[in-house]
Design a protein around this ligand. Structure first.
Ligand SMILES: Cc1cc2nc3c(=O)[nH]c(=O)nc-3n(C[C@H](O)[C@H](O)[C@H](O)COP(=O)(O)OP(=O)(O)OC[C@H]3O[C@@H](n4cnc5c(N)ncnc54)[C@H](O)[C@@H]3O)c2cc1C
Length: 355
């Protein structure tokens, strides 16, 4: 990571310099043997830009072993309740950014961070709330939990699955919440080494009579599959189900997918990490897909227009975005930024990823 002076950081914190802002690490908290929280300092002039809702996430751009990576981390803090923005990162086996965040980042460092985004947020209802988390999936759920306890009188149940007792992140904080709100908060810990893996029948059992609840689900892929199967079996309506996926979906756009007919395609000049490359996007193919198919490694995460990780600037030509689910705001669009996962070139274009 390049260390930045306070002046350089301030100079780089302007809209024209792209979607990333330099934020100082105020505190590092070891939560468990393989997860740590990073507390960020938000300068006064960025308070509004970094305002967030419980359940949203930040995107970080980091450089690990010569590779520039963009990764999303949900805010485990809650606005108006916690004084600072806090993310919690769990190590992934052989994962580049997660281990770097756990091993290398220390107090006083500057990190490049995009303002909060995401649609996994608390909706105004007065039905019960059921949070289903596995492992690091607790981060957006604890944020939602804090806000729901503070601002609503909804009955809440948290089902939290972990490998073992030592892997439970925020154990003390959860216990305190339980003591303070035992009248309407229930927490069930499921530990793989004691209870075995969760299955759909267990999910149905834990939901019990709360079929009118709002369900918030976040955890490892297999955990989410089991929860979704349980909810499906109960016929829970889609508008009651809120899901945050920590993994990018496998898409046909990934490098190595079947060849595509470029005959009627558009030429895109892409500037990425100081190198310019010309790629051809087939008809209807997004810029991100075309770049990856050409072997480039541009940043991306959700591919569904809500995370903002894949943002780039159009410096020449016209690009049409298929949709925007909150990944980019109007100010950024006015400055020429687009989500490459949604951008279709209308003729010849030139795109620059942020430096
Ligand atoms: C909206 C959102 C919110 C998130 N919030 C959180 C959060 O709060 N906390 C949290 O801990 N995580 C969160 N994540 C997940 C996080 O963004 C990262 O995906 C995670 O930390 C892994 O990144 P990494 O760089 O460490 O792993 P990567 O380096 O991307 O590796 C991921 C996996 O792929 C394998 N792999 C890596 N390179 C290769 C290769 N070349 N070939 C084959 N396999 C390979 C690795 O072995 C590893 O198992 C969130 C994700 C999203 C989309």
């Amino acid at each position: 990571m390049s260390a930045m002076s306070a002046e350089d950081a301030a100079a780089s914190n302007s809209e024209a310099n792209g979607p990333y802002y330099s934020l100082r690490v105020a505190e590092v908290i070891d939560e468990t043997a393989d997860a740590r929280s990073i507390v960020l300092e938000i300068p006064a002039e960025l308070t509004e830009r970094f305002a967030y809702e419980s359940g949203q996430f930040l995107s970080f751009r980091v450089e690990v072993a010569g590779h520039r990576l963009v990764r999303c981390y949900s805010l485990a803090s809650a606005p108006g309740i916690d004084s600072a923005h806090k993310v919690t990162i769990k190590r992934v086996v052989d994962g580049r950014a997660s281990n770097w965040m756990n091993d290398v980042v220390s107090v006083g460092d500057s990190l490049e961070v995009m303002p909060p985004s995401g649609v996994f947020i608390l909706h105004k209802r007065d039905t019960p709330l059921m949070l289903l988390s596995g492992g690091s999936g607790i981060t957006p759920c604890i944020s939602i939990l804090k806000t729901a306890l503070e601002t609503t009188s909804r009955p809440i149940k948290l089902l939290y699955a972990n490998r073992d007792d030592r892997s439970i992140i925020f154990k003390d904080e959860l216990n305190k919440m339980l003591s303070a709100h035992s009248d309407r908060l229930e927490i069930v810990h499921r530990l793989d080494d004691v209870h075995g893996f969760c299955n759909a029948a267990l999910i149905v059992q834990e939901i019990g009579p709360r079929r009118d609840a709002d369900f918030y689900i976040c955890g490892p892929g297999p955990f989410m599959d089991v929860v979704e199967a349980g909810l499906e079996g109960l016929g829970i309506s889609a508008d009651q189900i809120h899901i945050e996926r920590f993994e990018s979906p496998d898409t046909p756009s990934a490098t190595g997918s079947a060849p595509i007919d470029e005959k009627d395609g558009q030429t895109i000049t892409i500037s990425l990490d100081g190198t310019e490359t010309e790629v051809v996007a087939a008809e209807g193919e997004t810029i991100l897909a075309a770049a990856r198919r050409a072997g480039l490694e541009p940043p991306f995460a959700c591919e569904e227009a809500y995370c903002g990780c894949c943002m780039a600037k159009v410096v020449e030509g016209e690009v049409e975005m298929q949709m925007n689910d909150g990944g980019i705001d109007q100010r950024q669009i006015d400055h020429g930024w687009i989500l490459t996962c949604q951008g279709i070139a209308k003729g010849k274009v030139r795109i620059e990823y942020p430096d």
